[in-house]
Design a protein around this ligand. Structure first.
Ligand SMILES: Nc1ncnc2c1ncn2[C@@H]1O[C@H](COP(=O)(O)OP(=O)(O)OP(=O)(O)O)[C@@H](O)[C@H]1O
Length: 344
């Protein structure tokens, strides 16, 4: 049985509405919610936590209907982006405050909780004397002290510096793995999707646009808006020729069953190759290098093919090896397995 089953949820917070939200999360899963700013990610988390009640739909936690159960009676912990610690309470008092709501046997003793998060030396301090990473750990301890069955995290890593981000992220994985705790985490960061999530839900304008593995969402986006959002920078309209579909003059076989639809061919720039020599791919063209930008580690190379600009990410090594320069005639292309079809 899934830990969480959300069906047909509708939440209205004038003027914003979260609509038709249905998904399930399994026991022990690390589930991510991704979407542009204002998509409703926080509203969704807050609805799961009981801060907003839906107009329609149901939330089941281990089969029990908790749709209208007040927040303090739900075995769900939430950690906010700004940690929301009580400034007038010490770290210890902040954490103990959460114990008031504990209904179940603790899955971590006080000592273990404090050791697990390495915050023993901070117990008598006040929140405004703590660093971002320390505050984050205290907020986690407070959420875990109530022994939640489900932990909700709203962009927990976004306020941390890059080194700390990896460290705290590792701790979240450890919580998930070692305590078997089910986690739902909101993020903006694509690298976090691949590092932490087994499945990811993409929210757009209050609706779920796609739920799938990171590989599915990033390589087989369900719509044009998801494709653009997840960085599928090459999106080329297919052209009809008799009973065939053409991608910049190359025949694409597997869309014949949808004669009336309008399609885009998508390819991620990191799957696209550029070379001064012909490429062994069914989708490859001759073009001219328009420009190259160092994006910090990778070079984004733009190649003009007819009126279309294709983009590829290459390493500095590849750029040097191929002797790429603006104005150079090159071949650009990608393997058949890297082509995805996106409905317009
Ligand atoms: N309590 C509220 N009352 C009315 N509108 C709200 C309330 N909370 C959020 N909203 C609105 O709902 C929409 C979604 O907000 P939400 O905070 O869920 O977005 P988000 O996807 O988490 O964005 P971000 O990535 O910027 O944090 C926004 O337009 C916001 O202004």
């Amino acid at each position: 049985m899934p830990v969480l089953e959300v069906s047909n949820l509708e939440v209205k917070l004038s003027p914003f509405t979260l609509r038709d939200i249905s998904f399930t999360v399994s026991e022990g899963e690390f589930f991510l919610i991704l979407g542009p700013s204002g998509a409703g990610k926080t509203v969704l988390l807050e609805t799961l936590a009981g801060i907003h009640y839906p107009r329609r739909g149901k939330i089941l936690l281990r089969g029990e209907d908790i749709t209208f159960v007040p927040p303090e009676k739900r075995p769900i912990g939430i950690v906010y982006q700004d940690y929301a610690l009580f400034p007038h309470l010490t770290v210890e008092e902040n954490i103990r405050y959460a114990l008031r709501f504990r209904r179940r046997e603790a899955n971590l003793s006080w000592r273990k909780l404090v050791d697990f998060l390495g915050i023993g030396h901070l117990l008598s301090r006040y929140p405004d004397t703590l660093s971002g990473g320390e505050k984050q750990r205290v907020a986690l301890a407070r959420a875990l002290a109530a022994s939640p069955r489900l932990l909700l995290l709203d962009e927990p890593l976004s306020a941390l510096d890059p080194n700390l981000r990896g460290e705290v992220g590792g701790e979240l994985m450890r919580l998930n793995r070692e305590l078997g705790l089910t986690v739902i985490m909101v993020t903006h960061d694509f690298s976090e999707v691949f590092s932490y999530g087994k499945r990811v839900a993409v929210l757009f304008g209050g609706r779920l646009a796609q739920v799938g593995t990171p590989g599915e969402v990033f390589r087989k986006p369900a719509s044009l808006e998801v494709a653009k959002f997840v960085g599928m920078e090459n999106l080329i309209p297919l052209e009809r020729e008799g009973s065939s579909w053409l991608l910049l003059g190359r025949r694409v076989n597997f869309v014949q069953n949808f004669p009336e639809e309008k399609f885009f061919a998508g390819a991620r720039p990191e799957d696209v190759r550029v070379s001064r020599f012909p490429l062994p791919f069914p989708y490859s063209w001759e073009g001219e290098v328009m420009g190259m930008v160092n994006t910090g580690g990778m070079f984004k190379v733009e190649v003009k093919v007819g009126v279309i600009k294709l983009k590829a990410y290459l390493t500095g090594h590849q750029v040097v090896e191929e002797g790429l320069r603006a104005g150079e005639k090159v071949y650009i292309g990608f393997a058949a397995e890297h082509l995805c079809l996106v409905k317009a």
